[in-house]
Design a protein around this ligand. Structure first.
Ligand code: FES
Length: 169
């Protein structure tokens, strides 16, 4: 937990200038808030709450309005994700093929719930609704790679490999 706080603080300390650049780039666009939020998340992989006041001021919105939009869209993250993101498909085909058991197993292996990150910052767990891989249900996605017909043992191996990777500098 402490590592997370230190990490987030250092990211935020270094990126204030970049936030100003992004705001300047997007603020005159019609409906600027969503593209600006996407650009911030593309830059940082999440949207720090400390950015809300600056965004609100630039777009003549309240901080509550910015917060409302960020929290409405599940796509937007308010905390730095782990080094890897594991998404488990919860849509119909995968549910019919046992994805509920997979998600319970993932939560147990990582000791976290959905939208959380393992203590070692290795894996963030997210639900997803169809990966377009229904013929090979149940499906999961680790970072950008989709896996089909995933067993509990396969899932454990994916998590194990993800945890072995070094923290990025
Ligand atoms: S329902 Fe899971 S990949 Fe389509």
């Amino acid at each position: 937990m402490q590592d997370t706080l230190i990490d987030q603080a250092s990211v935020q300390a270094g990126w204030s200038e970049k936030l100003d650049q992004l705001i300047a780039q997007y603020k005159s666009l019609p409906g600027a808030l969503l593209p600006l939020l996407h650009a911030i998340q593309d830059e940082l992989s999440y949207i720090p709450e400390s950015a809300y006041p600056k965004i609100a001021q630039a777009l003549s919105l309240s901080v509550a309005e910015v917060h409302g939009v960020v929290s409405f869209y599940h796509h937007f993250k308010t905390h730095k994700p782990g080094r890897h993101v594991l998404q488990i498909c919860r849509a119909e085909s995968c549910q019919a093929m046992g994805s509920e058991g997979l998600e319970a197993h993932a939560k147990q292996c990582l000791s976290i719930d959905y939208h959380e990150t393992s203590l070692d910052q290795a894996v963030t767990l997210e639900p997803v609704y169809c990966l377009g891989n229904c013929a090979l249900s149940p499906a999961v996605m680790m970072d950008e790679e989709i896996f089909g017909r995933v067993s509990k043992a396969d899932l454990e191996a994916l998590i194990h490999d993800a945890k072995k990777t070094e923290a990025q500098a």
